[in-house]
Design a protein around this ligand. Structure first.
Ligand SMILES: [Zn+2]
Length: 368
């Protein structure tokens, strides 16, 4: 066993626990002298091995901070990606995670970045920043929502420098608005302990846990709804649980789910869920209205009295959609304890929908 094996074990531990990571999300890294080993695109943390990490030259990576980049977002991200690829150790062919720059900024040896629903109750809560200040302000940093990639890393860099100049220390944790958590430590044990503390503190503030227990509903009407939806997508998934039935019960209770919490949700479950208020027979009209409004088909259809369907071209896409929909339900429930839901802004949602989606999707699940 060497330290890269320790990184593999640490990655699998978090990657195989759905409370921390879903659908190939999250990434980890380890620094050893001049090298940074970071999760490569197309690998899932839960099943990763040594070959899933990309070796980066830290000196070249740091060189990105003194290089100049174009203002235009497309041109900038393309240039940064080229420099990121050029920073790989010789012979390294894998594509490093888009969040590599962010990993390189933390001086600690091990970095674990996850998207846990409970922590996202804070990062997606209207009073989340205040809760962060109270619970973690002395040991961590908070970053507002910024587009993934170079701009996010730049924002993290400024927050790190600010923390250092205020406290003389380096932060062990970072909460990222509408995104997730990062924990850094010199050993896997340190990362594990800090993560456990974060989760315990967050759960200590939570007044209502999401109710995801399965509920029995009218099987004939579920079959009716599925028959209608199967005209729109070859693959369907269905779940009925306390959270879905309560959210579908009225426009008001559905409100926390009417917009997107994080890029992951947009990428896998769509930027907006469709609520059908009048049972299986209302699906066609509601579907047409959604398509007319959005120019795209819904991935998630919530039918009052029944539950939630995901509808996609492939089973893996339908699985990922229902998984991330359930995550949104959890985040919405946890956010109740932190001032209520704070969605991404329209502008950021459109940014992810319009051009970042393909890049983001390929970066988090490329090759899968
Ligand atoms: Zn992330």
């Amino acid at each position: 066993m060497d330290k890269l094996d320790d990184l593999v074990a640490l990655s699998r531990r978090f990657g195989s626990d759905p409370e921390w990571v879903l659908a190939g999300g999250g990434n980890t890294s380890f620094k050893d002298g001049g090298s940074l080993y970071v999760k490569a695109s197309g690998h899932s943390l839960g099943a990763i091995d040594r070959s899933g990490f990309c070796a980066i030259d830290r000196t070249k990576l740091d060189g990105i901070w003194t290089a100049g980049y174009p203002e235009d977002a497309d041109a900038r991200e393309a240039a940064v990606l080229a420099d990121l690829l050029a920073a790989r150790k010789s012979g390294e062919l894998k594509r490093p995670s888009v969040e590599t720059l962010m990993h390189g900024l933390f001086p600690q040896a091990y970095v674990v970045h996850t998207h846990p629903a409970a922590v996202n109750g804070i990062t997606c809560g209207r009073e989340g920043k205040a809760a962060f200040d109270r619970l973690f302000g002395d040991v961590g940093i908070w970053v507002p929502f910024v587009d993934p990639g170079y701009l996010l890393a730049k924002t993290v860099r400024a927050a790190l420098e600010d923390f250092r100049s205020r406290t003389g220390a380096v932060p062990a944790i970072m909460l990222m608005q509408n995104h997730g958590l990062l924990v850094a430590g010199e050993t896997p044990g340190e990362v594990e302990a800090a993560s456990t503390r974060v989760m315990a503190k967050v759960l200590g503030e939570v007044r209502r846990l999401p109710d995801l227990a399965a509920r029995a509903v009218d099987a004939l009407e579920v079959a009716d709804a599925a028959a209608t939806l199967s005209r729109h997508g070859a693959a369907l998934r269905f779940r009925s649980d306390g959270e879905s039935l309560a959210r579908a019960a009225s426009r008001e209770s559905f409100a926390p789910l009417t917009s997107a919490f994080s890029p992951d949700h947009i990428v896998y479950a769509g930027h907006e869920f469709l609520l059908v208020e009048d049972g299986a027979s209302g699906i066609e009209d509601a579907w047409s209205g959604f398509v007319a409004r959005n120019g795209t088909a819904p991935r998630i259809v919530l039918v009052r009295g029944l539950g939630a369907f995901s509808c996609a071209a492939t089973l893996s896409a339908a699985d990922a959609a229902i998984l991330l929909y359930t995550d949104a339900c959890k985040v919405a429930a946890y956010a109740e304890s932190f001032g209520g839901p704070l969605h991404m802004t329209r502008e950021k949602i459109e940014f992810i929908r319009n051009w970042e989606v393909e890049k983001y999707r390929s970066s988090v699940s490329g090759g899968e």
